[in-house]
Design a protein around this ligand. Sequence first.
Ligand code: MRU
Length: 363
Amino acid sequence: MENKSIFDLETVYLDDDNNAVVMLDQTLVPNEIKYLNLTTQPEIWEAIYELRVRGAPAIGITAGYGAYLGVKPSTAGDFDTFYTEFKVVKEYLASARPTAVNLFWALDKMESCLLKNKTKSISEIKAALHKQAEEIKAEDIRTNKAIGEYGLSLIQPNTGVLTHCNAGSLATGKYGTATAPMYLGQERGYNLKVFADETRPLLQGARLTTFELAAAGIVVTLICDNMAATVMKKGWIQAVFVGCDRVAANGDTANKIGTAGVAILAHEYGIPFYVCAPTSTIDMNTPSGDQIEIEQRKPEEIYKKWYVKPMAPEQGVKFFNPAFDVTDAKFITGIITEFGIARPPFTQTLPQIFEKKRSSEEN
Ligand code: MRU
């Protein structure tokens, strides 16, 4: 994977010398490649809220860096004051977006790190937070490589796969989750044909997935969201791989709006539907999809954002713009994690995945 130019485009990284989170502004891709240097908490919050950085794992990585930078300038002289300052930063960053659990997971990891080091000096705690933030990104990259291997084991060469939104390198530390098997397949001569849903209203599939797959030399065909049934019926799709923002303990999965419809279509056409889920995106504290908060976004994104003129009357029309939907577990063939593939019943197999994770951490 290392030689592909797309991987030279870092999604997000820390410039510690300049106290900045540096990120590719994904709202401009594919037309412009521009990096932002964000040094203030409101700038980092805004970047997450406006999807300059987006995708559950990349949001988590950004939050880790943001939390570290938020307390780095602290002049607190004792642990309690420092901890109080940290909690303000944590709460602020956590309010940027509600659905992707990685945001909260990363912030909790930072808090655990801080508490684990509470007997140390403030400067030592800051150093530990720096290390933890970098580890969140490094862990994500290792995770995606493992998901790539497990995912590729489920498909054959010369087949077609469909994906929704962007669960790619740009959504993660590197390699992506749903795209990791595609990149690995490309390396191993699988000759996969990828179909990318455009993913209205923010077009992550059109703007980001096609951009990064094409840059890696993968054959990618862009389709509108309402064309998935057509390509499935034609027999062009042998598997669906999608990412996720939060997987509940029963396997119900929140992902970009439109995913649930794709899953239902795949079920109808007998096509396996796989959710690629780092364990950081699996929330065993949420029993089912009913408890997942779904982000509601501005109406303008539906009818105005990408158009020269509004594509709906601005008066007398109501708008509904949920950013995510929940795919019922019954439509999911498998949940691919870095510790293996969970199959239904997920209430039994997801705990087994976490058991594997625990024992790997002990060894
Ligand atoms: O609103 P976005 O662009 O952050 O939504 C992204 C998705 O829904 C992705 O599929 C998900 O976060 C997984 S990214 C590996």
